[in-house]
Write a protein that binds this ligand. Structure first.
Ligand code: EPZ
Length: 420
């Protein structure tokens, strides 16, 4: 089992430059989109994180062949070998549900295990199912599997009851090969959805309204290959912004798109951090001695991202005053709080709200990671907790961060990965 060991202290000052990796949540749908063509799809700026290898295992089961050179991935599915994405792989990563739409569109059949819940909530996929049924799929849920069939999908009007990133992505991919026009309403506006649409357009898809709540897709008979850059990971970038704000650091983040972080930057500036947008896709963030407390409520893009909630809570433990953190996207995304309490944080949970009292000195302890962003929050807390913090089950962290401990070490943290 691998662990991360940090010897932290409240006097740590992170300094230096860190290159942000490509976005996990952009590369996963982009890989699934390769199912829509028998030609080669080449993706650059791919983060080499666990979730990428998990979805590539699913894709290989479906018939894909791929090569990876540094951070470039080239994959091709000349012929669909199987139409089933197995339970163990879906369990390993819920986002494998993203193969459902493209597989249906290309192959007319798709058997995908129902993704169970996970540490952050129940994670239903009813909106994906209803949308695909509107496009003509007949879907039966039995024995824990989604059994979907469609001779040829046809265009339809689909309005999402609530914003769903994966649902929007699945439907856009399915509609790209459907017969006729599809109108999707109440679409997610996340940059990762836009990055997917830009790839699909390069492949020959006809998509209007990219980046808006209403997207129109005119289905085409077939799609071709393409080469595409994956956008930078705005959540990894946000995690480093908070690391600098937390340690009165002075960090330069490179290879990012600052415009994807506007709300996070605004919140951190309010709390006292100095953030400068530099040219060449970089940001400089200098943490302040005094951290101002503030309330945040997570909401769909362009609101405050739920994927930054756990990290922000750590910052608020060091702010002077009380902060109310409201989580509106997932029904159980506070599992990191129990672990933070063990480090000495003063946090109480009331329903969808976490009340954080600051400023509380943290002390190092043995902890367990429960999900991806919870793990990141434990790393951040460990940096400033006095003494040694050990984080167990860091496979959660490796799902979405590329060598986080090495990047933190290069900024001056004393952090290492240990094998036991
Ligand atoms: C994506 O998950 C991201 N994952 C998540 O990032 C992110 O937190 C989430 O979007 C934000 O909305 C990837 O892109 C791979 P949703 P997704 O469909 O698509 C409910 C991370 O840490 N819902 O937007 O699964 C759902 O339960 C991960 O990188 C339905 O009710 O999320 C949730 O409450 C975590 N029915 C809300 O909508 C459905 O059919 C938003 O979910 C689908 C979703």
């Amino acid at each position: 089992m691998e662990k991360i060991r940090i010897s932290g202290n409240h006097k740590l000052r992170l300094k230096g430059k860190v290159r942000i990796s490509g976005a996990k949540n952009a590369v996963l749908p982009a890989i699934a989109a390769a199912l829509l063509t028998k030609e080669k799809v080449k993706l650059n700026n791919v983060p080499l994180v666990k979730d990428v290898f998990t979805i590539l295992t699913v894709m290989k089961e479906l018939g894909a062949r791929y090569t990876i050179k540094k951070n470039s991935l080239s994959l091709q599915i000349k012929k669909i070998k199987s139409d089933e994405a197995s339970y163990d792989l879906i369990q390993a990563m819920r986002a494998s549900i993203l193969v459902l739409g493209p597989l249906l569109a290309r192959y007319g059949k798709s058997i995908v295990a129902l993704p169970g819940g996970c540490a952050i909530g129940s994670r239903p996929i009813d909106l994906h199912i209803h949308g695909l049924e509107k496009l003509g799929a007949s879907i039966i849920l039995e024995h824990g599997y989604i059994n979907a069939k469609a001779k040829r999908l046809h265009g339809a009007e689909v309005e999402f009851e609530k914003k769903t990133v994966g649902g929007t992505e699945n439907l856009i991919m399915a509609a790209s090969l459907a017969q006729g026009e599809t109108v999707l309403k109440n679409c997610s506006l996340e940059p990762e959805v836009i990055n997917l649409c830009e790839l699909l357009v390069k492949m020959g898809a006809k998509i209007d309204g990219i980046g808006q709540e209403i997207i129109r897709i005119k289905g085409v008979k077939e799609l071709g290959g393409a080469t595409h850059d994956i956008i930078p990971d705005r959540i990894e970038a946000g995690t480093f912004l908070i690391a600098s704000a937390l340690t009165q650091g002075d960090i330069k983040l490179t290879h990012i798109q600052p415009e994807h972080l506007d709300v996070v930057i605004e919140k951190l500036r309010y709390s006292g951090a100095k953030i400068e947008k530099l040219k060449d896709h970089s940001l400089r963030v200098i943490g302040s001695e005094e951290i101002k407390s503030q309330d945040i409520t997570t909401s769909p893009y362009p609101g405050f991202p739920t994927d930054m909630q756990a990290q922000f809570i750590v910052l608020m433990t060091q702010a002077s005053g009380t902060s109310i953190i409201t989580e509106t996207i997932f029904d159980r995304r506070f599992s990191h709080i129990n672990e933070l309490l063990r480090l000495g944080a003063a946090i109480e949970i009331f329903g969808d709200k976490a009340i954080v009292k600051g400023k509380t000195p943290l002390s190092g302890a043995e902890t367990i990671a429960t999900d991806l962003r919870a793990s990141a929050s434990l790393v951040l807390a460990g940096l400033i907790a006095n003494g040694e913090t050990v984080i167990n089950e860091i496979e959660h962290l490796d799902r979405g961060y590329e060598r986080l401990e090495e990047k933190m070490k290069s900024l001056g943290a004393s952090i290492e990965r240990i094998k036991e």
